[in-house]
Design a protein around this ligand. Structure first.
Ligand SMILES: Nc1ncnc2c1ncn2[C@@H]1O[C@H](COP(=O)(O)OP(=O)(O)O)[C@@H](O)[C@H]1O
Ligand SMILES: [Mg+2]
Length: 261
């Protein structure tokens, strides 16, 4: 996939929810089309700096390959001059410090809301919920929980968002010689969908098949799209992690099924 690269031209609004307070900017693309709205996660707002931006970009591309709905990602260039006309001094400072490349996602419109706390999974979304649980285990994302769903939902549709905390394995907090073995990942028990899926039969057949789409070439292309400023030697850890899981996809999916038994 070619990641669109746009320039932010004006600040539209600051989103009321979320720790990092992402901003909606009007952006202009390379063909000169303007006023395209993107949610921009600012570099200076990221707990893990550029690793957070890289995680957002990589995870959203993996999701799209696996056909798990997520807003289209983009790379948004911010001119620090924009900060000069922002009255709020904190926001102005944050924008100034975020000069350069930031992560953007196409604004989801049309009445989507945050997945409500305590909402049961409707039967139409059960398979997708199980796939999202498996996806978060794949990318080691501990940040989709009951009180922090990071899902935009409407009826039978949803989009997963906010992957800045994913790819936890790059920090090597705990050695995981076999990345497809997920039983030791404590966070999966706090996952938004764990309680609801546990004890139910999860259909992961489509997901297991889709993992085959993550060929070495596809993974390499996804990682090549990460801008130079956001790269580090973590890239090779990410390649290894995803490759290992894809090469043991049956074992991985069995582990997910076991975790949900
Ligand atoms: N692409 C998008 N379209 C619409 N709303 C979005 C989009 N991305 C984020 N949001 C809104 O912004 C909030 C914060 O975004 P999120 O990525 O979760 O940031 P944080 O890391 O601060 O939690 C979300 O809860 C959602 O309401
Ligand atoms: Mg969030």
């Amino acid at each position: 996939m070619t990641i669109p690269m746009l320039s932010a031209t004006s600040l539209q609004r600051v989103l009321p929810s979320g720790r990092t307070k992402p901003c909606v900017f009007f952006c202009e693309n390379k063909s000169g089309e303007s006023n395209i709205e993107y949610v921009v996660k600012l570099k200076a707002g990221m707990e893990n700096g550029v690793n957070g931006l890289a995680a957002e970009l990589i995870a959203s591309q993996l999701a799209l390959v696996l056909d798990i709905p997520t807003p289209e990602p983009a790379i948004i260039e911010l001119d620090p001059l924009i900060a000069e006309v922002i009255p709020d001094p904190d926001l102005s400072q944050k924008i100034k410090e975020s000069a350069g490349l930031n992560f953007g996602s196409r604004v989801i419109t049309g009445g989507f809301e945050t997945w409500p706390v305590g909402k049961a999974i409707p039967s139409s979304l059960r398979t997708l919920a199980a796939e999202i649980f498996a996806f978060d285990a794949l990318i080691q994302n501990p940040d989709r929980k009951v009180n922090k769903p990071n899902i935009l939902w409407k009826g039978d549709e949803l989009y997963i968002i906010d992957h800045e905390m994913s790819l936890m394995f790059i920090y090597e907090i705990m050695p995981m010689p076999n990345p497809w073995q997920i039983t030791d990942l404590r966070f999966i028990k706090d996952h938004l969908f764990y309680g609801n899926l546990k004890g139910q039969t999860a259909n992961l057949d489509r997901f297991a098949g889709a993992l085959e789409l993550l060929t070495d070439n596809v993974i390499e292309t996804i990682l090549t799209d990460v801008p130079e400023d956001w790269r580090s030697d973590n890239i090779s850890k990410i390649t290894t992690h995803i490759n290992e899981i894809v090469h043991h996809s049956n074992d991985f999916v069995d582990e997910i099924r076991r975790a949900l038994q």
